[in-house]
Design a protein around this ligand. Structure first.
Ligand code: FE2
Length: 390
């Protein structure tokens, strides 16, 4: 397959070095850009988005290491291939280059054959990365489009992703795992694309057969995303975001730590968002009410306690944006306050009619008693939490 001409940015403070590099790369048919220092390199990178950077290490003002680090920290350029070119030969200099985020290292004086081989190799990887990125973007767009199947869940996936990310960080997960959770929050309900609209948007009670159709959104979601190896770490989130620690969730009835941390986080975030947003058949709960319901779920061993505790702390510390339609009422604490006993609100397919308790959860109680929340789109109030919906 023919590819567009690759663009290479050569960064060196010496004009003669830049000319030399240009001459060496001439045979490759690349488009060559040039920068005289780190600042110019960063500006040009953000303007022209080259496919690869050849970066001199020793330059005035911003040196190659600093430039490399700056480009790595910017999400717009963090995947851009960077080859450091330097006369420094000590091992610690090479380690410093890799530590700054360089992908490769070419010593001066530069061997033209070696330079061309390394450039071609990194451009090949860049093309694969670009393809993967666009495939991922298609899936993320699809996940957002799924929301359009249910007009009452607008913004749900972004909020679930934001809440999940905040919880993951509060739990101290490393950034790469936080990123998995963030993406999982967006993709968790992508399988709803395969669920019939009349079932997904049914306003009343679901039959057993309809519920078994809803359950399938977890499996369909995993099937959709499985071919893309770059997001295989998200699969457990997509498949298991309706599992519960006591084994009463779906689709695999996993228990405890059989459920990945990411799935445990997204399950709680999904439920929280569902409860704090309006539905046509009930009003949104306040954050305090929703947290109280989640806390009741801890008594049933449905949720990961540390996840719920982090969410409570984030909400009470005002570290999360207010839900779109709920008003803040009081402050929730783990294990206190009114809430749902949530008796019959299990994983089953019959309507729950959850056993109700006092005031704070009155709205949810009413809705759940009607069975209206159950199995609704996108982790509805009782959805993921009380009655295991979609
Ligand atoms: Fe779901």
């Amino acid at each position: 397959m023919a590819h567009a001409k690759a663009t290479i940015l050569v960064v060196d403070d010496s004009e003669s070095n830049r000319s030399l590099m240009r001459a060496m790369l001439a045979a490759g048919g690349f488009e060559i850009l040039q920068a005289r220092d780190g600042m110019e390199a960063i500006q040009l990178t953000l303007q022209a988005y080259p496919d690869l950077i050849l970066l001199d290490a020793m330059m005035p003002t911003l040196d190659g290491f600093q430039t490399c680090r700056a480009l790595r920290e910017d999400p717009r350029t963090h995947l851009l291939p960077i080859i450091m070119v330097t006369a420094l030969e000590r091992m610690e200099d090479k380690l410093q280059a890799f530590d700054a985020g360089a992908d490769d290292f070419v010593p001066k004086p530069v061997n033209p054959t070696e330079l061309m081989a390394r450039v071609r190799s990194h451009l090949r990887i860049k093309r694969l990365t670009d393809n993967l990125e666009s495939a991922e973007n298609v899936l993320f767009s699809l996940a957002r489009a799924v929301e359009a199947k249910d007009s009452y869940t607008e913004g749900h996936v972004e909020r679930v992703s934001n809440y999940s990310t905040a919880i993951a960080r509060a739990l101290g997960l490393p950034e790469d795992e936080v990123d998995i959770v963030r993406k999982g929050g967006i993709l968790h309900d992508i399988g709803k694309i395969g669920i019939r609209d009349d079932v997904l948007n049914k306003p009343g009670k679901l039959t057993n057969a309809e519920f078994s159709i809803i359950v399938q959104h977890t499996v369909i979601g995993e099937d959709i995303c499985r071919p893309l190896r770059s997001i295989r770490q998200l699969l457990s989130i997509i498949r298991h975001h309706h599992e519960r620690l006591d084994g009463s969730g779906y689709p695999d009835h996993l228990k405890g730590e059989e459920i990945s941390v990411g799935a445990r986080i997204v399950a709680v975030a999904d439920c929280y968002d569902a409860m704090t947003t309006n539905r046509p058949y009930r009003r949104a709960m306040s954050p305090a009410e929703a947290l109280d319901v989640l806390t009741r779920g801890l008594e049933k061993n449905w949720w990961d306690r540390s996840v719920v505790e982090r969410l409570v702390a984030l909400v009470n510390g005002h570290h999360l944006p207010d839900p779109p339609s709920a008003t803040r009422v009081g402050t929730a604490r783990i294990g206190t306050g009114a809430g749902l006993a949530a008796g019959g609100a299990g994983n089953g397919s019959s309507e729950s009619g959850a056993s109700m308790v006092p005031a704070a959860a009155a709205a949810a109680a009413a809705a759940a008693a009607r069975g209206a929340d159950k199995h609704r789109g996108n982790g509805d109030a009782a959805g993921n939490g009380l009655a295991t919906g979609a």
